[in-house]
Design a protein around this ligand. Structure first.
Ligand code: NDP
Length: 328
């Protein structure tokens, strides 16, 4: 049966303006790093993506290397586009990135113009798209002149492969330089995509100040610290969880000390009338410099839980103090 999205999909989601640009992103966006590869069950990913769109999530984040196997998450998303989403392309912001290893030899990773342009073309082909809305430099390249990497983003936008340019995991200083180069080229930097969650607060040390100053958007990835900031690991490492799979989240991270902190945070969340996962998402959105919280999900319920967090992103001074104490 043809997919018909929920006609109430725009009623409860918040859409935040991305820096000083003309576009807005949903407060919660969905990333396809995990659970959409060719090792995963297609029907599950498809149901998650459809539910996300039904709940007002208009932004889907990809990268050339998402899978496994690398590239297969874009193929999965391409299949969902073809089956379900193609009539709604203009209601969506779809992003991709290049920076990590994609193919052998000297041109298959990092930040050269050669790699970025070829990778963007490959991503478009895998997803069956004419353009992506945002194309990112996935990581800074210490060996390629920043002018070349930013020049490639400018070219990708001017040639119609992408509508906007973004950077990911650039330091505050690298961001200031990249934003300046892009501005001079006439293709403003739309957005930065850094990691950020209760256990990982590096962006508070200069980057958010820079983004505020430059009026660049900010979409934070792994707001649940890959699932640690949920009730999932309170008692054990459940079978099938990300930590049990020994991929990007090492089970050794879930130490007794970490679990003790998670328990304290869980109590604070309960007192706010939220689950821990909801409080973790809400906490990333408490400062308006953050445009969107970029979640992952292995189940539809994960998306539903995160979206429900958006209705309460305000924190009292006492709650913030209790969170700081729990993290000590
Ligand atoms: P999260 O921190 O949101 O972790 C998502 C995982 O947590 C889920 O797959 C699930 O894992 C678990 N989870 C989610 N909700 C719940 C819940 N309510 N209860 C229990 N467990 C839950 O984000 P990700 O680490 O997945 O990253 C999100 C996106 O960010 C990526 O898809 C990608 O788009 C982007 N990203 C960007 C990077 C970059 O370099 N720019 C790097 C990393 C990510 P499970 O059930 O499998 O245990």
């Amino acid at each position: 049966m043809d997919y018909l999205p929920d006609d109430k999909r725009y009623q409860s989601m918040r859409y935040n303006r991305v820096g000083a640009s003309g576009v807005r992103l949903p407060a919660v966006s969905l990333g396809l790093w995990h659970n959409f590869g060719d090792v995963d069950v297609f029907a599950n990913g498809r149901t998650i993506a459809r539910r996300a769109f039904d709940l007002g999530i208009t932004h889907f984040d990809l990268a050339n290397n998402y899978g496994p196997s690398p590239g297969s998450a874009e193929e999965t998303f391409g299949a969902i586009m073809k089956k379900d989403f193609h009539p709604f392309r203009d209601e969506m912001i779809i992003s991709s990135k290049a920076g990590y290893l994609m193919w052998p030899g000297p041109y298959g990773e990092w930040g050269s113009r050669k790699y970025l342009v070829a990778s963007c073309d490959q991503s478009l082909k895998r997803m069956g798209l004419q353009y992506v809305d945002i194309f990112y430099s996935h990581r800074p390249d210490p060996d390629t002149p920043l002018e070349e990497t930013m020049g490639a983003l400018d070219f990708i936008v001017r040639s119609g492969r992408a509508l906007y340019a973004g950077i990911s995991s650039y330091s505050a200083e690298q961001t200031a330089q990249a934003v300046k180069i892009l501005k001079d080229l006439g293709t403003p930097c739309l957005i930065h995509q850094p990691s950020y969650n209760l256990f990982n607060r590096w962006i508070e040390d200069g980057l958010t100040t820079q983004l505020r100053k430059d009026k660049v958007g900010c979409i934070v990835f792994s707001p649940l610290a890959q699932g640690q900031l949920s009730s999932k690991y309170l008692n054990c490492i459940p079978e099938g969880s990300r930590a049990s799979k020994h991929t990007s989240l090492n089970a050794d991270t879930i130490t007794p000390e970490r679990v003790a902190r998670i328990r304290k945070l869980n109590d604070i969340a309960k007192a706010r009338g939220q689950s821990l996962a909801q409080m973790a998402v809400a906490w990333t959105l408490r400062d308006p410099v953050v445009t969107s919280s970029l979640i992952g999900a292995s189940k539809v319920a994960h998306v539903e839980e995160a979206v429900a967090a958006v209705s309460n992103i305000a924190f009292s001074a006492a709650e913030l103090a209790a969170i700081e104490a729990a993290l000590k």
